[in-house]
Design a protein around this ligand. Sequence first.
Ligand code: NAP
Length: 260
Amino acid sequence: MDTAVLMEPKLALSRPLEGRVALVTGASRGIGRAIARELADRGAVVVINFFNSIGRAQELREDIERSGGEACLMQGDVSNRQEARRAIHKLLEVYGRLDILVNNAGITRDRSIRKMTDSDWLEVIETNLNSMFYCTSAAVPAMVEHKYGRIVNIASFSGQAGNFGQANYAASKGGIIAFTKVLALELAKYNITANVVAPGFTSTDMLAAVPGEIQDQIRTRIPLGRFAEPLEIAKAAAFLICDGDYVTGQQININGGIYM
Ligand code: NAP
């Protein structure tokens, strides 16, 4: 029997994103890094966006290449409209397409509303919410042209339930959820889906910045009794991208039950 014939369907099943180009913003660390890795493992060429952590981004690219995948680096501040758009136009010049966009880059500047400064507010809104508009609006024309697009926006349970000290962050994440529903409505006719993955507390540098005793208090509020691992969030994003052809405008909550 011809083994090549036997192998082919298996290869297609395990690498369903072969030939697709994916951009993951904020992919040097944490959840974005895990998503980039998952998409590369499924065959996509992954563009790793990062802002400061060049060493971590290079390490991820080498890691992907060692396991037979393809990745490249795209340094850029996605909260800066010119930089974000320039970076995506450059990507389109190089690859001629952008099939998958994961808007993941995010920051926190936690403070109660009585202490929150204008810059705490603006930095979070610009990085978490405005960046989605800059990247998505630059990516959509190429997706429309190819009649294919998978957009996954990373929100948070904080944008659904609210969270003490996060007026800025919760507003940005609630905005992401509303933004995504409009994308889903407007882009469905071009075979472009748009969905949200809403993580709960996840073990990354972002959570590590929270004082230990507060982390312990948070853990007691989570029905499953632990924080998520970045890979658990990445698998939900990969599901939407690989198997979510009939899913659009939805939110997948990966939060251990902290918000139902
Ligand atoms: P993280 O470990 O702090 O990593 C943040 C990533 O975003 C880094 O790769 C960072 O890049 C990048 N980034 C920040 N500002 C950027 C900018 N202006 N331009 C480009 N990249 C930028 O955070 P995380 O926990 O993985 O969070 C990822 C996403 O999940 C965020 O949207 C966050 O709000 C969301 N989320 C996280 C949790 C959680 O508990 N961890 C819960 C719910 C939702 P550099 O290091 O290169 O600067």
